[in-house]
Write a protein that binds this ligand. Structure first.
Ligand code: SAM
Length: 237
């Protein structure tokens, strides 16, 4: 992967960035997403935010080598602190981090959000707590996608603060739109997870005393939801 040829994962993230956006990519690492979007003429301006020095320098180098230093600002900053009021940011991407990390970055950086930005999130796990944060903070999920690359399942969640939405526990777990769409990538992902949950329950049963009952019940509940989802004519909420 490089700025000319994004991974399938980042290419799908790129597809959710509105034309003409002023995009802040937080945790930009190499900066490939922003440079690719700028070279494609999709975005008008961009901020790359990085908390760590090595990826910060890597993003600076990619931007400089592509002659984009006037249009992409690279900042060493923690989370949304990379965004300044004068940037006029209209979209924020947070990709390739755990869902809890993305949630914590959004929560601790609320002061930097105008509420007008589109959020384009690509969590690696932890989707449920991230969706819960979105719901509790007035965001509506506009688009969701599951994709598989290099034997990993990835999710993309696009949300905007356009009025409150109420999601059920199952919708927070699976994704409200994915639950309706039931794409083949989504169903295949949950087939794999069901096998893992069943294995976990077997392991719990062997070590019964060592595992808190609450944890056993939580995993059993999840396995039930997934089994219902995958049953012929399964759940359509
Ligand atoms: N976004 C790129 C992608 O999806 O390919 C890079 C993902 S990389 C696994 C995660 C990056 O997020 C790392 O470079 C890390 O330094 C950065 N990061 C983690 N926490 C951060 C924070 N609080 N603020 C800014 N960057 C952060």
């Amino acid at each position: 992967m490089n700025e000319q040829r994004l991974s399938v994962r980042l290419d799908r993230v790129a597809a959710h960035v509105p034309a003409g956006a002023r995009l802040a990519d937080i945790g930009s690492d190499h900066g490939y997403l922003l440079v690719a979007l700028m070279n494609r003429g999709v975005i008008a301006a961009a901020v790359a935010g990085e908390v760590a020095l090595t990826p910060f320098h890597s993003a600076q180098r990619t931007v400089r080598e592509n002659g984009l230093s006037q249009r992409i600002t690279v900042r060493l900053a923690n989370g949304l602190a990379a965004i300044e009021p004068g940037d006029g940011i209209t979209a924020i991407s947070l990709c390739g981090m755990g869902g809890e990390t993305i949630r914590d970055i959004l929560d601790s950086g609320k002061a930097h959000l105008s509420g007008e930005e589109r959020l384009i999130l690509q969590p690696n796990g932890g989707e449920q707590p991230l969706r819960k944060w979105l719901m509790e903070n007035g965001y509506r999920i506009l688009c969701e996608e599951v994709l598989r690359e290099n034997r990993f399942d990835y999710e993309i969640i696009v949300a905007e603060r356009i009025g409150p939405a109420m999601y059920s526990a199952e919708e927070l777990y699976f994704g409200p739109l994915q639950l309706q769409e039931r794409s083949s990538a989504f169903l295949a992902k949950w087939q794999r997870i069901l096998r893992l949950k069943q294995q976990t329950l077997t392991n719990f049963a062997r070590a019964r005393k060592a595992v808190p009952e609450e944890k056993v019940q939580e995993v059993a509940q999840q396995a039930r939801w997934i089994s219902e989802l995958l049953a012929p004519g399964g759940e359509r909420r």
